[in-house]
Ligand binder design. Structure first.
Ligand code: GDP
Length: 295
């Protein structure tokens, strides 16, 4: 079992002389515990290193208040810093109220949970009084289209699809169908592959340029660890997305990917997916994720 960072730090400070103050010696040892905690939560090494340096600076400058122990104080500083680094607060979807329909484009690797997310988001928007249309733009895999149709039925949101393997055509016709049907939000599930490749990226880029989505969301599996960060970087370089959806957080991923991705691509995480069911979607709250990372 992983001890929480705060238990660990209490223990560290107990072993040290002069524990009532934060000084060069005890902060040095505390930083080692913090770095270990971050790395074991899958925070990218470079991100953890920089973070520990920042926290060290901040902690040394602080007076220890009588009512708290130095360990508690450092934990609070770490928590605040992580929360801040992950954006401070939830960043909501930014959908233009004037454009009809508002457009949300969803991209990511195959298996990341992209299609499931599209359905969950449609359900959420519908509950909030919207009238969405889902578009199956993963036209190369009939199974993906069928999956979206099945999910669409579950969440009672219509799904637009075409028979031909032409993603751009599916998207543009989907947009027309949304306009004709007075839909106010279009959610486009784009094609994913098991690995990043040029064809997928070029297609996603072309769709982005044609649709000019209000929100381009990148979906990534939190269980992928460090690879999640690399994938996010590559998608961002090419697509300059607006926000991130972190999936499979119901597993034992400790959430370090959230911090690393945020640091590396500098885009907000907007949603987290916490299961396979259509209601297993939450807004992303940096403070909760900070606590999860610290254990
Ligand atoms: P896509 O290929 O990116 O469209 O991914 P899918 O939406 O088909 O999801 C791939 C698999 O992951 C499916 O079996 C989903 O049920 C599952 N899945 C999606 N999101 C989550 C999640 O948050 N938690 C868990 N445990 N499974 C998920």
């Amino acid at each position: 079992m992983f001890d929480s960072l705060s238990d660990k730090l209490e223990l560290t400070f107990k072993k040290l002389a002069g524990q009532a103050t934060i000084n060069e010696i005890n902060i040095g040892i505390a930083m080692r515990d913090i770095k270990r905690a971050l790395l074991s939560a899958d925070v990218n090494y470079k991100v953890a290193k920089k973070l520990v340096e920042d926290i060290r600076e901040k902690s040394l400058g602080e007076e220890v208040i009588k009512s708290v122990s130095p360990a508690q104080m450092i934990v609070k500083i770490v928590n605040d810093e992580l929360t801040e680094l992950m954006g401070g607060e939830n960043k909501p979807l930014n959908l233009s109220p004037k454009k009809l329909p508002a457009i949300i484009m969803v991209a990511g690797l195959q298996g990341s949970g992209k299609t499931t997310f599209c359905a969950k988001l449609a359900r959420r928007l519908k509950k909030n009084g919207k009238n969405p249309l889902l578009v199956a733009a993963d036209v190369y895999r009939p199974a993906a289209i069928d999956q979206l149709k099945t999910l669409g039925e579950q969440v009672e949101v219509p799904v637009f699809s075409i028979e031909e393997p032409d993603a751009m055509k599916a998207v543009m016709q989907g947009l027309e169908a949304a306009r004709a049907g007075a839909k106010d939000v279009l959610i486009v599930d784009t094609a994913g592959r098991l690995q990043i490749d040029e064809k997928m990226m070029a297609e996603a880029e072309a769709i982005k340029n044609a649709l000019k989505p209000d929100e381009l969301l990148f979906v990534v599996d939190s269980m992928m660890g460090q690879e999640a960060v690399n994938t996010a970087r590559e998608f961002n370089e090419r697509l300059d997305f607006d926000g991130v959806v972190l999936t499979k957080l119901d597993g034992d991923a400790r959430g370090g990917a959230a911090l690393s991705i945020r640091q590396v691509v500098e885009k907000p995480i907007k949603f987290i997916s916490i299961g396979e069911k259509v209601d297993d979607l939450d807004l992303f709250y940096p403070e909760r994720m900070a606590q999860r990372i610290l254990g």
